[in-house]
Ligand binder design. Structure first.
Ligand code: NDP
Length: 249
């Protein structure tokens, strides 16, 4: 038993990559976990089954994080069937990297709608129940791109910078309700989001990272675990970089 046993967690975009590592971490800590997916049905159902096999409650739902009403319906359904919501991890996100001079409206809107509006949609659906129960955790998976800005990522940097600012504003707004709101800002993490990089590009990335390696999804999940722990009880409104020192300021 630990203080997360039987807590109810919602993870957006939990079927693969960092979201999957977070789902597995939370389940290993004894949380019941609900997560959504949009395209990765096979991976989502396999993960749900793997967690249920460990006798931990888990439910995967096909919900587009961009759709305010669908997200509200999903989270209401999860709250009713699981018995509440204690933890929200806003993880779902995409990149569409292009120089601004080539960026179309769809490239801009797709990224901002998924990363920034998706976080709003899920947070809005969870905040009133968390305020009523006078406790809760929200952790936003942003990016160092939202802190330092990266070329060809104006859409992504803007969405992630927005997530960071949202984190600070909401942390102040709901601290009196015993709700902590933090963000984890990963650097380069080995997931499909890096699939566009070839080996040479990855070698160049590693050269930029003081700790000398690309991160793993578990590195991010471990930070989430810490932020949810009793050791982090006095931490709110922070953007914690998990980047091997890539973006030390
Ligand atoms: P992946 O591409 O591996 O996973 C992205 C996840 O987001 C998938 O589970 C995907 O679900 C989900 N998702 C995307 N669009 C939607 C949507 N419209 N509705 C519901 N779910 C959606 O990426 P990562 O695991 O690497 O990224 C996870 C988070 O971490 C993102 O927010 C990303 O920006 C952030 N991050 C990642 C870094 C990295 O280097 N990997 C660095 C910094 C931040 P599905 O497959 O079902 O569409």
């Amino acid at each position: 038993m630990n203080h997360l046993t039987n807590k109810i967690a919602i993870v957006t975009g939990g079927a693969r990559g960092i979201g999957k590592a977070i789902v597995i971490k939370l389940a290993s800590l004894g949380c019941a976990v609900a997560f959504n997916y949009s395209k990765s049905k096979v991976e989502a159902l396999a993960l749900q089954q793997a967690i249920e096999n460990k006798e931990v409650r888990c439910e995967a739902s096909c919900v587009d994080i961009k759709d305010f009403h669908a997200v509200k319906e999903w989270i209401t359904r999860v709250r009713e069937s699981f018995g509440g919501v204690d933890i929200l991890i806003n993880n779902a996100g995409i990149i569409v990297d292009k120089a601004l001079m080539l960026m179309g409206e769809d490239d801009w809107r797709g990224v901002v709608d998924t990363n920034l509006h998706g976080m709003f949609n899920a947070s809005r659906a969870c905040i009133v129940p968390m305020m009523k129960q006078k406790c809760g955790h929200i952790i936003n998976i942003s990016s160092v791109s939202g802190i330092i800005g990266l070329p060809r990522q104006t859409n992504y940097s803007a969405s992630k910078g927005g997530m960071n600012a949202f984190t600070k504003a909401l942390a102040k707004e709901v601290a009196a309700y015993n709700i902590r709101v933090n963000a984890v800002a990963p650097g380069f993490i080995e997931t499909e989001i890096l699939a566009g990089f070839n080996e040479e590009q990855k070698r160049q990335i590693v050269e930029m990272i003081p700790l000398g390696r690309i991160g793993s999804p578990e590195d991010v999940a471990n930070c989430v675990k810490f932020l949810l722990s009793e050791n982090a009880e006095y931490i709110t409104g922070q953007i914690i970089q998990v980047d091997g020192g890539l973006a030390i300021r």
